[in-house]
Design a protein around this ligand. Structure first.
Ligand SMILES: Nc1ncnc2c1ncn2[C@@H]1O[C@H](COP(=O)(O)OP(=O)(O)OP(=O)(O)O)[C@@H](O)[C@H]1O
Ligand SMILES: [Mg+2]
Length: 268
């Protein structure tokens, strides 16, 4: 009985490995097409601006200060957008050689939060912690996982800002809550917010590369798709469900390595 189960698991792991590889290749292909398209857009805005300026200079015509300013602002924000896309792509490229190690997910949550505590505070956003101490360690790459949580926190911040901009709010209206616990051989992390929420018709799209509802220069739409890739790479998952008071809740699961998974034995 035991032997049968073990060989089943080996087979299952191989199949899973192939699926992960296949989905990664699919994502890469999708991304390459997407990147070309997405970079084209800021480039053509910048080209339009430079062509306009060259024409003006050729004709020895004055350009009004406010027009010059608008043009520069456009160029600036589109260069930012292009830079962000390229940075994200670099991270995605490096994903394949990410070093895996045992990590305590609570530590990663805390360090991701440290980046943001100040800017959340100035926006009146409070963070509620519901951490289960002494969670079993999981296998992952600390930097990549930190990146996943930072993106979730930025998204939560943006959603809360979107909902409450120009509105009165009470002290506990703007809340991000972070929860971690272990269940059924998995460590689970939930990041919930009281923001604008995700309309039903776009919940299927948010994990797609380049899907964004944010302004140019603000969002590239790569945060969640990269997070999805990082989670799948380590056999985990990321899902979204409606959150408290119409906000969003992201649920991440990480497999807890079992003693017979490999040579590596893990506590827990
Ligand atoms: N917590 C949230 N509440 C409401 N909408 C969200 C939330 N998180 C993500 N979304 C929606 O999903 C979209 C995709 O998110 P994703 O993180 O992939 O990209 P982005 O934040 O727009 O850009 P980037 O992460 O590259 O800066 C967002 O534009 C937003 O519409
Ligand atoms: Mg994002």
């Amino acid at each position: 009985m035991f032997l049968v189960t073990t060989s089943d698991i080996t087979h299952r792991l191989e199949t899973e490995q192939q699926l992960i590889q296949a989905s990664k290749m699919a994502t890469l292909g999708e991304m390459a097409t997407g990147v070309a398209h997405e970079l084209n857009q800021p480039l053509s805005v910048i080209k339009t601006a430079s062509t306009f300026l060259i024409k003006k200079i050729d004709r020895k015509e004055q350009v009004q200060d406010n027009i010059l300013f608008t043009l520069c602002e456009e160029i600036d924000s589109h260069v930012d957008r292009a830079t962000k896309i390229i940075t994200h792509m670099r991270q995605f490229g490096r994903m394949s050689d990410m070093k895996l190690e045992k990590v305590q997910i609570n530590d990663i949550l805390k360090s991701a939060y440290q980046f943001f505590s100040q800017q959340l505070k100035v926006r009146g956003i409070t963070v509620g912690w519901h951490i289960q101490e002494h969670l079993p360690e999981i296998i992952g790459n600390p930097d990549r996982l930190e990146q996943v949580f930072i993106n979730l926190l930025i998204n939560a911040r943006d959603a809360i800002e979107e909902k409450y901009t120009g509105m009165e709010y009470r002290p506990d209206d703007k809340v991000i809550s972070i929860k971690s616990y272990a269940e059924n051989h998995q460590v689970l992390v939930e990041v919930s917010d009281t923001g604008a929420g995700i309309p039903k018709k776009i919940t299927d799209k948010i994990f797609e590369p380049f899907f964004t509802t944010k302004d140019v220069g603000k969002g590239t739409g790569l945060g969640l798709s990269i997070s999805y890739g990082i989670l799948k790479e380590i056999g985990g998952d990321i899902q979204v469900v409606p959150g408290p008071t119409q906000g969003a809740r992201f649920i991440l699961s990480f497999p807890i390595p079992q003693a017979n998974d490999s040579d590596q034995t893990a506590a827990g």
